[in-house]
Design a protein around this ligand. Structure first.
Ligand code: C2O
Ligand code: CU
Length: 475
């Protein structure tokens, strides 16, 4: 391992990039980080208002971040190592923080009323967690979720592997939209029309809060892109034309063997809100050449980010990219598994959401098992299903609507095992993108006790009824 660290740093030094100025320096400082160089045991975050230039030539105020002028910071922790993170709320509204995909103690899961009381203005809540899994995860508020996420609060969280996998550069790419006009002023964050359909789409597609940013990475080096789709609505369809690379992990969990990356619109990887992909690309062999990360969007494909080769060539090869060590997820016993069916569909006519302190859109459009969820507040509402600790479970997820839904389960990792519409890879995940009118069976072992939120990650769907929770008993 020390050999690998040495190799990393000697390469970096050999490139003469340490102490470089401009874009490159900022990049090393905030994004690129050698294995264990950036991991910390504790952090403090202040949820606060921010301003930044997202639309060229204009400044947008009223953003929500943990820094004054950019996206919430990339958090790095180490696997199996306790991590403490204090969250102080400097907003007038309540908040709470959720660590999307991390299998942590239920009390640290950040879901208002279900696991904690919302954090009021100038209050601090200390989260403490130890992640058994390494990989690319993310974090976001789970109270005033629609507003705070739409205004910017979505950050990447990295749990480092025990041993450095030996890539030359690590580049987190936080994909999200903003709803801004041409002068950088806010449009309505959501619309009732959108909430009742596929969600309200942003007008500006960004990577790390920038439109088509260009990053620099070592010529001929292996670069790990940690792509996180953190938008409230958009399903990104990512591909990398002409790039040489391998997909190594989805939703934080390693693939058993790396596979080729998508290079065309037709083969694009669909990442619904909440999903992640770890992709290793080999940088072009001549300095100054670029790799482009794109998304297929209505009308035309768009550039998300460019990565340009810099320095003399490292001459790495994608054949060096091996599978990452698997995360320690228990395998469900499918013969003994208990089957529960959940139907995702319209809401019956009925009550407006009970909002508690965490905001409401004022409408009910969606439901799970015909029961719309009352916003983020759960008081007086029971679990969708209760499981014994250690029980093997199959959930049959039936989407009876004509819209796609990225369905997310907190606190547990699951794998899809069959679909009525397509071949589906049985890869561990926390978020499954259900296609229209698709039924997918997912399986897991209920081995983390607590009340785990279970909802669509199109936030307008979540906040208008498509949410609930499951209970895993202590014994
Ligand atoms: Cu990423 Cu309940 O959320
Ligand atoms: Cu949905």
């Amino acid at each position: 391992m020390s050999g690998r660290c040495h190799r990393f740093f000697s390469r970096r030094e050999a490139l003469g990039l340490v102490g470089a100025t401009g874009v490159t320096a900022g990049l090393w400082g905030s994004f690129a980080s050698g294995q264990s160089a950036g991991a910390r045991a504790s952090r403090e975050l202040e949820v606060r208002l921010a301003k930044a230039s997202i639309v060229e030539g204009a400044e947008t105020e009223g953003l929500v971040s943990a820094v004054a002028d950019g996206p919430p910071p990339v958090l790095r922790l180490r696997r199996n190592t306790p991590f403490k993170i204090g969250v102080t709320n400097r907003l007038d509204d309540y908040t709470s923080m959720h660590w999307h995909g991390l299998r942590v103690d239920n009390a640290m899961d950040g879901v208002p009323y279900l696991t904690q009381f919302p954090i009021g203005k100038d209050q601090r809540f200390q989260y403490e967690m130890t992640s058994p899994d390494a990989g690319t995860f993310w974090y976001h508020p789970h109270c005033m979720t629609m507003e705070q996420m739409a205004l910017g609060f979505t950050g990447i969280l990295i749990v480092e592997e025990d041993d450095d996998p030996g890539f030359d550069f690590d580049l987190p790419i936080n994909l999200r939209d903003f709803r801004l006009d041409g002068q950088g002023r806010w449009l309505d964050l959501w619309t009732a029309r959108g909430a009742a359909r596929s969600g309200t789409f942003g007008t500006v597609i960004t990577a790390n809060w920038q439109v088509e940013p260009t990053y620099e990475a070592p010529t001929g080096g292996l670069v790990r892109l940690r792509i996180a789709a953190t938008d409230t609505t958009r399903i990104y369809r990512v591909f990398l034309p002409d790039a040489d690379g391998r997909l190594i992990a989805i939703d934080g969990h390693p693939l058993p063997a790396p596979v080729d990356i998508p290079k065309t619109e037709e083969t694009a990887l669909h990442l619904g809100p909440g999903q992640r992909a770890d992709i290793v690309v080999r940088m072009p062999l001549s300095e100054g050449q670029s790799i482009t990360l794109m998304t297929d969007a209505p009308g035309a494909a768009r550039i998300l980010a460019n990565i340009r080769s810099i320095g003399s060539t490292l001459d790495r090869s994608v054949s060096e990219v091996a599978a990452l060590p698997p995360n320690p997820v228990s395998t469900p016993d499918l013969n003994a598994a208990r089957l529960e069916e959940f139907v995702f569909g319209w809401s019956p006519e009925g009550d407006l959401p009970n909002n508690g302190l965490c905001g409401t859109l004022g409408y009910t459009f969606w439901s799970i098992n015909r029961q719309p969820w009352p916003g983020d507040a759960v008081e007086g509402t029971g679990p969708l299903a209760t499981f014994k600790l250690g029980e093997s479970v199959v959930l049959r997820l039936r989407n009876e609507s004509p819209n796609a839904h990225p369905i997310h389960l907190h606190g547990l990792a699951f794998k899809p095992i069959r679909s009525n519409k397509r071949q589906i890879a049985p890869l561990w995940t926390d978020t499954i993108l259900l296609q229209k009118e698709e039924t997918v069976d997912i399986a897991f072992v209920a081995d983390n006790p607590g009340d785990w939120a279970f909802h669509c990650h199109i936030i307008e769907h979540q906040k208008t009824g498509l949410a609930g929770y499951i209970r895993v008993l202590e014994s």
